[in-house]
Design a protein around this ligand. Sequence first.
Ligand SMILES: Nc1ncnc2c1ncn2[C@@H]1O[C@H](COP(=O)(O)OP(=O)(O)OP(=O)(O)O)[C@@H](O)[C@H]1O
Ligand SMILES: [Mg+2]
Length: 249
Amino acid sequence: MTTQPTAEDSHRRLVEQYTEMARLAGGLAHEIKNPLSTIRLNMQLLAEDLEDIQSPAGHRSLKRIGVMQRECQRLQDLLDDFLQFAKVRHLEPIPTDLNREINDILDFILPQARDANVEIVRYLDPELPSVMLDREAFRGALLNLILNAMQAMSGGGELVVRTLEVGGSVALYLIDTGCGMDERTASRMFDAFFSTKPGGSGLGLPTTAKIIESHGGRITVQSEIGRGTQFTVELPVPARLDQQGKEPA
Ligand SMILES: Nc1ncnc2c1ncn2[C@@H]1O[C@H](COP(=O)(O)OP(=O)(O)OP(=O)(O)O)[C@@H](O)[C@H]1O
Ligand SMILES: [Mg+2]
């Protein structure tokens, strides 16, 4: 008698395969990072030597080294983003006040927002129940969304951050008055390495989606070109937790 693999078996196998792929890709990224930093260091030394040579050829070489140094930096950033994306996270979710996390991160970003002429408006539901969050991972996800919103509002604008309890979930809305997205961008924004920005890694949103989904949540988007974008993050409220985020006695 043959037994059919259950959905759980296939899911487990998929997770194992993904974990192995992520481990291999992460290992490769690490291996590239080490020689890259040696190249950067040597380039720095070379540039210092050339600074002493006052000739047109010396000057030209110095400029070329500058180009190579910037490209090395770009590769380094890309590898860092990739490692962040591919990382197999072992989440340690704890009962968390989402409003507090949001306030912390918005306070942190405030000086940058002021410089960019972006006004941040908070409508945080004071009755919001606790959710289970791995705070470090979730902060990373939130920061990606906020940075994207700010980058979409290059001439300034408004970012509304709202929280609300909806049914059995907690919803977080990030609404910007930025450039919005055309259909092609909207359909590809969660693809790894898709970016419309010069120098963008295109790993911000896929990393964010992965973090939110691994919390049992989901992320959805509505966007209108020229008007702005709304990201909605929904997180489940665990039934076992009371309003204070404690287990019932
Ligand atoms: N709030 C937003 N408004 C308009 N477009 C957005 C917004 N958020 C994301 N996008 C679009 O989705 C694309 C992918 O975003 P993602 O964060 O994955 O990468 P990135 O921002 O381009 O690069 P990186 O995050 O590495 O800096 C962006 O290039 C941009 O076109
Ligand atoms: Mg981004």
